[in-house]
Design a protein around this ligand. Structure first.
Ligand code: NAG
Ligand code: NAG
Ligand code: NAG
Ligand code: NAG
Length: 314
């Protein structure tokens, strides 16, 4: 390939995967280390916002890219159960908006086939935080100037939390620049997407083994097959579906034998990997700093992989 072709190809690739991110905070460190920013927590009740909302944001006045995240296991896992990973992602310079599934009063909305009404709630929630979050953060800090930049937003999810997220992006993909699918699962993802949005998709070896928490045909490989370029998928060896969670929820999952786990896993190291790979992907796609080698150079990863595929030439 001659230099010109190469330059043109790289330019196309760069334009597709990277956001231009003027004025946005950029993390310059190694994503697998904790970020340098202190992180605050803000809770907004579902009587106030459309859904119960936990926000993790850096305790320093600046303009930050946003991650809109929903948790999983059919909605029985509240977003606080991901606080270690989400706070660590926020410390790399992101406002992380974690939303819970519908409150228990709306139990029937959780059943398969009802995803439409959930999606509507999530879209309302996104609109609400877009309009009100900056002001709520200013109230908590007693100081204005911290800006969640909703024009630099990614969606993220774990497990069945990815069901409404896929539905949301099918209804409107323009609000999000990237998708972080952690052990995704969806009942409703039946047709390949037609739009382009950079995606990182993570699977774990034990999530598809008994006691099974992800059906392979609806899990990470399905997401990879149905997503468009640019996309990356990996399957992590020797880890399971609950290991991303904070220790109390992980302990419940282990006690209930809800999903297959690795009892010998170094959970601190694993969560540090999850936050690191998430930060590498989000820094590349939202902050405009190329940290792809922290994902694609698999020899550098702190875990072993069973599978790795990427399609970035688009
Ligand atoms: C990152 O921060 C967490 C929580 O404060 C801590 O437990 C962990 O050891 C830190 N990891 C690194 C790599 O410094
Ligand atoms: C908030 O800021 C105002 C003006 O700077 C100050 O008078 C007030 O004491 C502050 N309140 C708190 C709770 O820090
Ligand atoms: C999609 O989302 C964008 C950004 O939030 C918004 O401006 C646009 O109006 C939405 N489009 C539709 C059809 O809802
Ligand atoms: C991946 O990282 C290793 C270790 O730092 C390095 O030797 C190798 O050149 C890297 N590979 C690529 C393709 O960048």
């Amino acid at each position: 390939m001659d230099r010109l072709t190469w330059a043109l190809l790289s330019a196309t690739f760069t334009a597709t995967l990277w956001a231009t991110a003027q004025g946005i905070y950029v993390d310059t460190g190694n994503p697998y280390d904790n970020g340098t920013l202190e992180v605050n927590t803000l809770t907004i009740s579902q009587h106030d916002a459309p859904l119960l909302t936990k926000v993790y944001y850096p305790n320093k006045i600046d303009t930050y890219a946003v991650l809109f995240f929903t948790g999983g296991l059919l909605g029985y896992i509240p977003v606080e159960s991901y606080s270690i990973v989400l706070k660590a992602v926020a410390s790399h310079g992101f406002v992380v908006v974690g939303v819970d599934y519908l409150p228990l009063a709306d139990e029937r909305d959780r059943t398969p086939g009802q995803v439409g009404s959930q999606t509507k709630k999530y879209l309302e929630e996104l609109q609400w935080v877009t309009q009100h979050l900056e002001e709520r953060i200013a109230l908590q800090l007693n100081q204005s100037g911290l800006v969640p930049a909703f024009d630099h937003l990614a969606v993220g999810c774990h497990s069945a939390g990815c069901d409404p997220i896929v539905d949301m992006t099918e209804k409107n993909h323009t609000f999000s620049k990237a998708a972080l699918f952690l052990e995704p699962f969806s009942y409703h993802f039946k047709t390949p997407v037609k739009f382009r949005m950079s995606a990182f998709i993570l699977g774990t070896e034990f999530s598809t083994q008994k006691p099974m928490c992800i059906y392979p045909a609806e899990g990470y490989n399905h997401f990879y097959d149905f997503w468009q370029c640019p996309k990356i998928v990996m399957n992590v060896k020797g880890h399971g579906h609950c290991e991303i969670l904070d220790p109390p929820t992980y302990a419940e999952c282990k006690f209930a034998k809800a999903c297959k786990i690795n009892p010998d896993a170094d959970l601190k190291k694993y969560r540090s990997f999850i936050q690191g790979i998430s930060a590498a992907f989000l820094t590349t796609t939202l902050q405009g700093r190329d940290k792809l080698q922290y994902i694609t150079n698999t020899t550098l990863l702190p875990v072993q992989l069973l599978e790795f595929k990427k399609d970035l030439d688009c």
